[in-house]
Design a protein around this ligand. Structure first.
Ligand code: TXA
Ligand code: MG
Length: 346
């Protein structure tokens, strides 16, 4: 049975936090909100409990979990060889939507790190998550709370549909603020390397970390990818999804309108509504709003009577880099450049 705990994210009710923390301590699994997406968590030092996460999430064993902490004092429990330079940056950047790959402390079980000699660590900027970690008295290993390959959960109903009856508790903390996962930076190499663009922009992170290397395959699944998880398809709705390379194409979609839905900004929807079905992601003037609604839109199209979702493209800077990364990973093609090419998908 799954207990559902509704907790206020501004003023979390401590008796409910404590109930969830007791479940973590006794080796159970709790789904909880963070500022990025929901996480499915267990005591990071309990190998059996962490093993259960792989099972319910249907996650391949070679894809390691990320470990969540609530204070910098916990860092030495999970990582080793942490430099003073890193600590000064972490003091500024955490809590926040950025995850660092660090050398692992041997105390972290092999199941969590998939036997790598590194560990992914994050301190989430979310009152419920931070209090849950504190009250549990341990670090919490937690990947995103979605069945493997599906879009991450940004609302409690997404989590309910994937995990009700399969986990011990689900904390309903409302709609995730960012709606995209954290940015992952590998700090175990000579220089910082981007493993996954995310909610924290590269431009901002570089102010504290110096130049960050961006691998050219960052938007593709790749066998040779540095992050083990990056070789798997991600964030994908069941419906087919394509992204256009040039948004002016969206104005000419009338000719193929029957079985498609266009995922686009309010500005584009205002121009094409009535000619073709649209699902609005928010205003182009606020890409954070687009990011927040993206995974919810991916889940919505699966319940719609359409064959193909056509997504507009966004500028690849700021949060736009992460938005485009998730759209490209969810689509099984590269960008589509013409209506003729689009017809092949119908
Ligand atoms: O925003 C987030 O990061 C969310 C919330 C819940 O914190 N978590 C999340 O976890 O997105 P997950 O497991 O869905 O994605 C973590 C990624 C995976 O692709 C995994 O392969 C990679 O991090 N990862 C974990 N440990 C790693 C390591 N030691 N080296 C390289 N990549 C690692
Ligand atoms: Mg995930």
């Amino acid at each position: 049975m799954t207990i559902r705990l509704t907790i206020n994210q501004v003023n979390p009710e401590m008796e409910r936090i404590n109930e969830a923390a007791a479940i973590i301590r006794s080796g159970g699994i709790v789904v909880f909100p963070t500022e990025t997406v929901y996480g499915i968590g267990a005591d990071a030092f309990n190998a059996d409990a962490c093993g259960k996460i792989f099972k319910v999430k249907e996650r391949p064993a070679d894809n390691p979990l990320m470990v969540h902490i609530s204070k910098l004092g916990q860092l030495d429990d999970v990582a080793s060889d942490v430099t003073d330079e890193f600590m000064s940056a972490a003091k500024i950047l955490w809590p926040g939507p950025v995850t660092f790959i660090l050398k692992r402390n041997k105390k972290v079980p092999d199941v969590v790190t998939a036997k790598l000699d590194t560990v992914a660590v994050r301190m989430p900027a979310h009152p419920i998550a931070l209090r849950l970690i504190d009250a549990s008295g341990t670090a919490i290993a937690a990947p995103s709370a979605n069945i493997s390959k599906k879009p991450s959960a940004t609302r409690a109903e997404h989590v309910m549909s994937d995990f009700d009856g399969k986990v011990d508790a689900i904390i309903d903390g409302g709609h995730s603020a960012f709606g995209l996962e954290s940015t992952i930076i590998d700090m175990s190499k000579e220089r910082p390397v981007l493993l996954r663009p995310g909610a924290f922009t590269i431009e901002e992170l570089e102010k504290y970390l110096g130049t960050i290397t961006i691998p050219e395959y960052i938007d593709r699944e790749s066998e040779s990818a540095v992050a083990p998880g990056m070789k798997y398809r991600h964030y994908a709705p069941d419906k087919k999804l394509v992204v256009v390379s040039d948004n002016s194409m969206l104005l000419k979609l009338g000719s193929v309108k029957d079985k498609i839905i266009v995922l686009c900004s309010d500005e584009i929807a205002d121009k094409i509504d009535g000619k073709v079905r649209t699902l609005r992601l928010g205003s182009e003037g606020n890409l954070y709003e687009i990011a927040k609604n993206l995974f919810d839109a991916f889940r919505k199209i699966d319940r719609m009577d359409v064959e193909l979702a056509v997504v507009q493209s966004f500028p690849r800077r700021g949060i736009g880099l992460a938005i485009m990364n998730r759209i490209l990973k969810a689509s099984d093609s590269s960008e589509v450049g013409s209506i003729e090419e689009l017809r092949k998908y119908l």
